[in-house]
Design a protein around this ligand. Structure first.
Ligand code: SF4
Ligand code: SF4
Length: 277
């Protein structure tokens, strides 16, 4: 195992053995130990983090049918074990505030694309950190990592629906595990960091406590809808996600992002004074 996977001097926790009773082994619950692993990884990357755990079967059943097929492929021969008692660990890393403030900066007659590129770079950095972290945690927990994204796909696919069979939705796991509620912008809104987060997942069949979903907090807020005509008309448009995809491609940033609906949530929503990055 790569030495990066453990803190110096730290032994691999015995709780990873399937069927181990965590309090007998470590004195901590498995959930607390998993959280400490994540916090150590986040700290190594200089990032803030959040974690939730949902039953594997609930996430499986909540996915689109094509994504269920993808998840079954990822689980392979361990599918039955995951379905019986396994968990979906949803992990989130938060953007730094400066990255969110760099989105769609109006410079009079247009947007500052150099500044926007700073946000785009952070999107990539968070994905890299999440991919590395999910892989490290999966190895330590005897699980399987599901990385942050299939990057580079938005511009090359012909239609947004071509993307669905390629990925497993981290948002379903994040919603069912209480990392956040599903906002009106369709992103996961974390009660601490807003939707200024990126997500990855780990599936495991180790014994692990679950965290509860949290109630919808959007209420009468419509800051994200006011920031984006596609979102505001999502019920009238045939497929607003396709319009969003085309807009993202048209921006021509190095990585495939827009983020105006994220900035609106963090800076303009009813929760703006409570959110922090
Ligand atoms: S990413 Fe941009 S285009 Fe897509 S929904 Fe959000 S604000 Fe609208
Ligand atoms: S901006 Fe307001 S309505 Fe939109 S996701 Fe955030 S809290 Fe919900």
């Amino acid at each position: 195992m790569d030495s990066r996977m453990r803190a110096p001097g730290e032994a691999l926790k015995p709780f990873i053995l399937k069927g181990a009773t965590q309090t007998e082994m470590t004195g901590d619950s498995n959930l607390e130990t998993v959280r400490r692993y994540l916090e150590a990884e986040a700290s190594r990357h200089g990032l803030k983090c959040f974690l939730g755990v949902a039953p594997f079967r609930d996430v499986h059943d909540g996915l689109l049918s094509v994504q269920r097929t993808k998840l079954r492929e990822i689980a392979g021969e361990r599918l039955h074990s995951f379905m019986e008692g396994g968990s979906f660990i949803s992990i989130a890393f938060a953007y730094p505030e400066a990255a969110i403030d760099a989105i769609a900066v109006d410079i009079g007659g247009g947007f500052d694309l150099d500044a926007w590129g700073f946000y785009s770079d952070w999107y990539h950095r968070l994905n890299q950190a999440l991919n590395e972290t999910s892989s490290v945690m999966a190895e330590r927990l005897g699980g399987v990592a599901i990385p942050a994204t299939t990057s580079g796909m938005i511009a090359v696919i012909e239609h947004v629906e071509d993307y669905y069979p390629l990925v497993v939705s981290h948002r379903v796991a994040a919603e069912l595990s209480g990392v956040g509620w599903r906002g009106k912008n369709e992103l996961i809104v974390n009660p601490v960091h807003s939707c200024a987060i990126r997500l990855a997942s780990i599936i495991t069949d180790m014994p692990l406590e679950r965290t509860e979903p949290i109630p919808d907090g959007c209420g009468e807020c419509r800051a994200c809808l006011d920031a984006c005509p596609f979102l505001d008309n999502k019920d009238k448009l045939e497929n607003y996600r396709e319009q969003c995809r085309r807009y993202i491609v048209s921006l021509g940033l190095e990585h495939e992002v827009c983020g105006k609906c994220i900035k609106a949530c963090y800076r303009e929503s009813v929760h703006r004074d409570a959110f922090r990055l």
